[in-house]
Design a protein around this ligand. Structure first.
Ligand code: AMP
Ligand code: GLY
Length: 437
């Protein structure tokens, strides 16, 4: 059996990791959490120590793990997974929650994911793989764009920029040219996927997996567009909520039996048992569910919604999953509505990296980060720093607030009341999170 988890090494430094650190710090077993690199929000938690460095640097991570000797390593972001950090740490005897590099291709290669889904019967949109620009043009020529639509996807990790849901043939041709030929396009891919366009409502489903079995962790809807009513460009996520009474019980069973279970079985068959978090981006139409994509980690900001909703002590469950000993346990979820709203910097996402208004002082009411002593929403820090007692915004998405309550309306009220007490120059956020849920 898994021993007690006294110390945890948590990789990553965003809002997702703040929520994970906040939840894990509540475990009576845990004495210390080393967050690498972590952020100043989680540094406010008594058990957390920040450790500087790059979590995707495998050699560095091995040396750090050997120095810190954690009982459990929890991987937040995708980059360390794609870089094989889990493989290196597991080989050295560490207990790690996160898939090995071969299994993490489910996220790091869209073509791998589609071929895997075909092989193991996971429902997804019909697709074709194109190995060259000429081949892509030939396939597109015969594609029924008018009746089935066409979605174009670059193969590798592209920070959310490698997918275009096209409106017509001309846009499809332009996207192929951009992704495969145009040197000015940020996205570059030698292999491309063409996919039929799915219709319905999107939701993300999460499962904790131990290589042999899994526990469902719940469903979250997020908001990708920057402005209200889904206007403006895509972002990393402007907020979300836990849907209530939807998807149907039948659809939820389908997700467990026809999506999560075949992935676990397929990864076993391939000799790369899937241990870690499995995140399925789904399109739901009635009881019909199809996979849009897999991620091999928790979502950001979905985790900021899931962690507060989980009633159980998450640490023994994470440790059991990492050790391949999950058994038949259940994860208890609170019967509450949950809403999460993200505050972003001026210029995000249009001028990401260069043109954003950063370094602005953030007015944070006293004790806002001490979740035990106030009745505000829970504040999670994404792209903000604290220096000499002064907070400034240093990223596109700066912070997010989660509120739990008996109803969606109450949760929205708490979240927006909390947000309006936080101020910085240029701050913007969506006003419609959870509104028409
Ligand atoms: P992905 O990076 O694969 O999650 O795609 C980004 C977004 O593109 C998804 O959240 C969907 O909104 C949309 N999308 C991707 N594939 C499809 C598809 N086959 N049909 C409709 N929308 C899609
Ligand atoms: N919120 C989507 C993601 O984490 O990929």
């Amino acid at each position: 059996m898994t021993g007690k988890t006294t110390s945890v090494l948590l990789l990553g430094g965003g809002g997702r990791e703040h929520a994970l650190a906040w939840k894990m710090a509540q475990s009576p077993d845990v004495a210390r959490i080393f967050a690498l690199p972590g952020n100043d929000g989680m540094a406010a938690l008594a058990k957390v120590t920040l450790v500087p460095g790059d979590p995707a640097d495998a050699a560095f991570m091995l040396a750090k793990a050997q120095e810190l000797k954690p009982d459990l390593v929890m991987v937040g972001p995708e980059k360390p997974l794609a870089a094989g950090v889990v493989d290196v740490l597991e080989k050295a005897g560490f207990v790690v929650l996160g898939p090995v590099k071969a299994a993490a291709q489910l996220e790091s290669s869209k073509i791998f994911a589609k071929e895997f889904m075909s092989e193991f019967g996971v429902p997804t949109a019909p697709y074709r793989v194109c190995n060259s620009y000429d081949e892509a043009l030939d396939i597109l020529k015969l594609w029924p764009v008018e009746s089935k639509g066409v979605v174009i996807k670059a193969d590798g990790l592209a920070a959310g920029k490698g997918v275009v849901v096209t409106h017509d043939r001309a846009e499809a041709e332009k996207t192929l040219h951009d992704f495969m030929i145009n040197p000015e396009c940020q996205v570059k891919s030698e292999r491309i996927l063409l996919e039929e366009k799915l219709t319905g409502r999107e939701v993300s489903a999460f499962a904790l997996c131990d290589g042999n079995t899994f526990l469902p962790l719940g469903f979250v809807c997020d908001y990708k567009r920057v402005r209200d009513n889904d206007q403006g460009p895509n972002t990393g996520g402007m907020g979300g909520y836990a849907p209530q009474g939807w998807p149907s019980a039948k659809a939820r069973r389908f997700v467990a039996e026809k999506i999560f279970a075949p992935v676990i079985k397929g990864m076993q068959d391939r000799g790369t048992p899937y241990r870690g978090i499995l995140f399925a981006g789904l399109m739901v139409e009635g009881d019909d569910v199809k996979v849009i994509e897999f991620n091999t980690r928790f979502g950001d900001p979905e985790t900021q919604i899931l962690m507060p909703l989980i009633d159980s002590d998450i640490v023994p469950l994470f440790a059991q999953a990492a050790a391949g000993e999950l058994g038949q346990g259940k994860i208890a979820l609170k019967e509450q509505a949950a809403v999460h709203v993200v505050m972003a910097s001026e210029g995000y996402p249009e001028t990401f990296g260069t043109g954003m208004t950063l370094g602005q002082k953030i007015d944070l009411p006293e004790n806002m980060l001490n979740h035990n002593v106030n009745d505000n929403g829970l504040l999670f820090v994404m792209g903000a720093k604290k220096k000499d007692g002064r907070w400034t915004n240093e990223g596109g998405r700066v912070l997010g607030v989660t509120a739990l309550a008996g109803t969606m309306e109450e949760a929205r009220d708490i979240a927006y009341r909390t947000i309006s007490a936080i101020r910085f120059k240029g701050a913007h956020w969506r006003k419609d999170i959870g509104k028409n849920s």
